[in-house]
Design a protein around this ligand. Structure first.
Ligand code: ZN
Length: 604
């Protein structure tokens, strides 16, 4: 009690003091900044033992306002060793990913993955470093000052693991090398500090920059991946632009450059077939798939190609133009995963499966690659928005009913919300109790966020929001506030409640029709999450009328042709209004765009 009095007095004193000085303190936060990397790598690969030696010169520019005394690198391949965090987490989680299970624990020394750092210099001077699981911790020789660039020279050696997840060798479809997250990769430092997350199960975050990669590998291997090949006529293999003139020897050195990316991925196989197809006015699409597959599988890959052109056009038109000159769809060894200017996907499924995974992974070029949210923190903006646009593109190309797809997705979200197993979308991707809760939250609740945004601000405003979000935030690391602020700017509405309740809590939406008496309709809010209400009233004379009840804290209304009523303040559990004619029935949200968890009370 005395403490409170003291605090109150302090307040009063400070208040008087600052008034008497009659001065104004204006504080500004630093504007947006992001770090920058320029990688030069020289890699010599031995296809007999799946080991490679690398030299990496990394020019790192500190655009932050902070002095840095340490840096961190990801060494992702170290996850594929018995006893790693990925191994133990997989063996101790209730429903592990069957692709991982206890497989890592059984890897023999010549089957594990590793990246060993042999030396590291900062501006020519050795620095102290320590490998801690999948992260290299580096104590700098000299702090890096704001605005300063330093050069790190690293020598490393590595071994490709037998394929467990995403990356690896000799997978079930027989692809020799799926090389994702294969090099020492600098961790990102941003306004939230370092993101030196260990590789436990989930995905990635990287620093924007440029890559210059020379890869020396057996001359029979065909390589696809990130970056433009600089020496196509010394390579051939479907890249040539004129007569092929290969140097003598058992190996070829492939020279790739990739500008403005935050990752570099490749895959290689001696049996790859390599096709290309140009998107009119857009990039050249490259396809790499095993020529040894059954005839009908090869046909699937041929049929995929014109559809991939349509996908590229759809995403470019509806989100923002694809900014590179090349995109590659590559048969890899594990599901599908998005990378810079390419994707690695399983290749032996049905045509529908092949098309579906290509649609999803290509959509990731926009959501996570160009709009580079941290996948470990904001997976719902990555997987959810991608799932939404992948399905939207698919329904556009095959003329199917998108609302039916959405209905299924909303139902999946409802099943999670009602299960008691939901964790808020602010949970780190690796720290979900249940994998399925992560998946539904990331893919389907993320999808619902975007689909439902069209309900909240109107379809046209939702579409404008996506395009503006791309224009304003491509090539950066957007965070959740960026998408909602974009929606606010486009719609003129206040929407912080939508981001907060839906993504930062597990509050649910439940509105119901409480009573209909003659011309009087009473609705009730049962769930904690606020929403505006669309409803359709059918009168006793058989006609119907659409109504719209704005939510008071939105401080406005979406554009609508419905009859607009007084707004509804969230704290009031019920809302009553009168119609002009006697009512037969009432239905809340007849289009099913609101993620109401109990639909039984939505009609009278
Ligand atoms: Zn995905």
């Amino acid at each position: 009690m005395r403490y409170h009095v003291y605090v109150l007095l302090c307040f009063m004193f400070f208040g008087i003091a600052s008034k008497s000085q009659n001065s104004t303190i204006t504080k500004t936060k630093p504007a947006y900044w992001q770090q920058h990397v320029d990688y030069k790598m020289d890699i010599v690969f031995d296809v007999n033992n799946y080991q490679y030696k690398g030299k990496q010169e990394l020019t790192y520019t500190n655009n932050s306002p902070d002095e840095l005394t340490r840096v961190y690198y990801h060494l992702y391949f170290n996850a594929f060793q018995p006893g790693s965090e990925m191994d133990i987490r997989s063996q101790t989680t209730p429903f592990p990913d069957s692709r991982i299970g206890d497989r890592i624990g059984k890897l023999k020394p010549d089957e594990i993955g590793y990246i060993k750092v042999n030396s590291l210099k900062q501006n020519g001077i050795d620095v102290k470093y320590e490998t801690v699981g999948t992260v290299l911790e580096v104590d700098l020789d000299k702090p890096i000052q704001p605005g300063e660039s330093v050069v790190f020279n690293m020598v490393f050696e590595a071994q490709v693991p037998v394929q467990i997840r995403r990356s690896g060798r000799n997978n079930n479809e027989g692809v020799a090398l799926s090389m994702a997250q294969w090099y020492p990769k600098l961790a990102e430092y941003d306004f939230e500090g370092w993101h030196a997350d260990p590789y436990i199960e989930r995905e990635f975050h990287g620093v924007w920059g440029n890559f210059d990669v020379k890869l020396t590998i057996d001359k029979d291997y065909i390589v696809g991946g990130t970056g433009y090949l600089q020496n196509p006529n010394a390579i051939g293999h479907g890249y040539e632009t004129g007569p092929v003139n290969r140097p003598a020897g058992e190996t070829l050195t492939w020279h790739f450059k990739a500008p403005n990316v935050h990752d570099f991925t490749w895959a290689a196989d001696p049996d790859y077939r390599h096709d290309t197809l140009k998107v009119p006015g857009g990039p050249v699409l490259h396809f790499f798939y095993k020529s040894t597959m059954a005839k009908e599988k090869l046909e699937n890959w041929k049929n995929l190609q014109p559809k991939a052109v349509e996908l590229m056009q759809f995403f470019s038109n509806n989100i923002g133009p694809y900014p590179y000159d090349q995109y590659s769809v590559i048969q890899g060894g594990d599901g599908g995963m998005e990378y810079a200017m390419c994707t690695l996907i399983l290749g032996e499924g049905t045509f529908e499966g092949l098309f579906g995974v290509t649609a999803h992974e290509m959509a990731h070029t926009w959501f996570q690659f160009l709009l580079a949210t941290n996948e470990l923190k904001h997976y719902w903006m990555d997987e959810g928005f991608t799932e939404y646009f992948g399905e939207l593109a698919e329904s556009h190309i095959f003329q199917t009913d998108f609302s039916q797809t959405s209905k299924g997705v909303y139902d999946l979200y409802r099943s999670l919300a009602l299960s008691g197993k939901e964790q808020p979308q602010t949970t780190h991707a690796d720290r979900f109790n249940l994998r399925q809760a992560y998946s539904i939250s990331a893919y389907y609740k993320g999808y619902v966020f975007l689909a439902q945004l069209a309900y909240v601000i109107g379809q046209e405003n939702q579409e404008k929001t996506i395009k503006k979000y791309f224009r304003d935030f491509a090539f950066t690391h957007p965070v959740p506030n960026d998408i909602i602020r974009t929606a606010e700017k486009v719609s003129g509405l206040e929407l912080d409640w939508y981001l907060m309740d839906f993504t930062q809590t597990t509050n649910t939406i439940d509105y119901g029709v409480k009573a209909v008496e003659g011309r009087r309709i009473t609705l009730e809010r049962i769930g904690l999450m606020p929403m505006p209400i669309d409803l359709t009233v059918t009168y006793t004379d058989g006609t119907s009328e659409d109504f719209y009840i704005p939510l008071r804290i939105m401080r406005g209304a979406k554009p609508t042709s419905a009859t607009q009523l007084e707004d509804w303040a969230w704290a009031y559990p019920t809302y009553t209004f009168e119609t002009k004619k006697p009512v037969r029935s009432v239905e809340i949200d007849p289009k099913g765009l609101m993620a109401d968890i109990d639909l039984r009370n939505n009609r009278s």
